[in-house]
Design a protein around this ligand. Structure first.
Ligand code: 6GU
Length: 227
């Protein structure tokens, strides 16, 4: 999967894809994340990319021209399955959306800053909008990192143990069960006996029950199928 991210703060995206699973996905050629600095593509002097909003009011807006120039330059190089705008007023991101996007080939992600981007870019280029929750971040970059991480780990071949994404919380609208590792007795706090039994069928039954219990306690909305 190829992901092109447009931002005015590229430094915010230096690290998120340089470690752990995202690093390995890129090293293995399964994921290619390219970050583009909008300022490198503006036709305006002093690398201007934003301006005051028409009608007045506080806060700058990313101008349409630099965005259109960069978007069209990228679109000349490849066809994008989605042109995504990160915005708190978009539909909330969830595992179902992550699953769908993980099967696509080329994604473009536009990060807004300040008050956002000129609405004409949303109307004429953007095919999909994403929010990561009901709170406001100072820009779309951290949200884009969240989305690319959630999608990237789902790309076939990225995780070592292919089944491990299947047992994630939310994959079946259930939260994951508790997990334990050595020692079996830590300060007198014991691991549930069944996990030490070696009876895989019993273990799976136990895990399923714990998932149900956890979900009922913490996220009853998931059991009601409201997500
Ligand atoms: Cl995608 N962008 C910004 N700026 N704030 C957010 C968000 C996105 N999702 C939640 N809050």
């Amino acid at each position: 999967m190829r992901v092109d991210i447009i931002t005015v703060v590229p430094g915010l995206l230096d690290s998120p894809f340089s470690h752990s699973i995202m690093k390995r996905a890129q090293a293995n050629g399964l994921l290619d994340v390219q970050v583009h600095n909008l300022r490198d593509h503006t036709p305006y002097k002093q690398a201007q990319v934003d301006d005051y909003q028409f009608g007045g009011g506080a806060g700058m807006v990313l101008m349409p021209e630099p965005l259109a120039i960069l978007i069209e330059k990228l679109q000349e190089e490849r066809k994008y399955d989605e042109v995504i705008y990160m915005t708190p007023d978009g539909p909330t991101f969830n595992q179902k959306t992550a699953n769908r996007l993980s099967l696509l080939g080329n994604l473009m992600i536009i990060c807004g800053h300040y008050k956002g981007i000129d609405d004409r870019i949303r109307q004429h280029f953007v095919t999909m909008e994403i929010s990561i929750g009901d709170y406001v971040l100072s820009g779309g970059e951290l949200a884009a990192a969240v989305v690319v991480d959630a999608i990237g780990r789902l790309i076939p071949g990225v995780l070592n143990d292919e089944t491990s994404a299947l047992s994630d919380s939310f994959q079946d609208n259930l939260l994951a069960p508790p997990v334990y590792t050595r020692p079996a007795d830590f300060r007198g706090w014991k691991v549930p006996e069944i996990l030490l039994s070696g009876d895989h069928r019993k273990v799976e039954e136990w895990r399923h029950e714990e998932s149900m219990k956890r979900t009922a306690e913490r996220r009853p909305d998931l059991l009601e199928g409201n997500n």
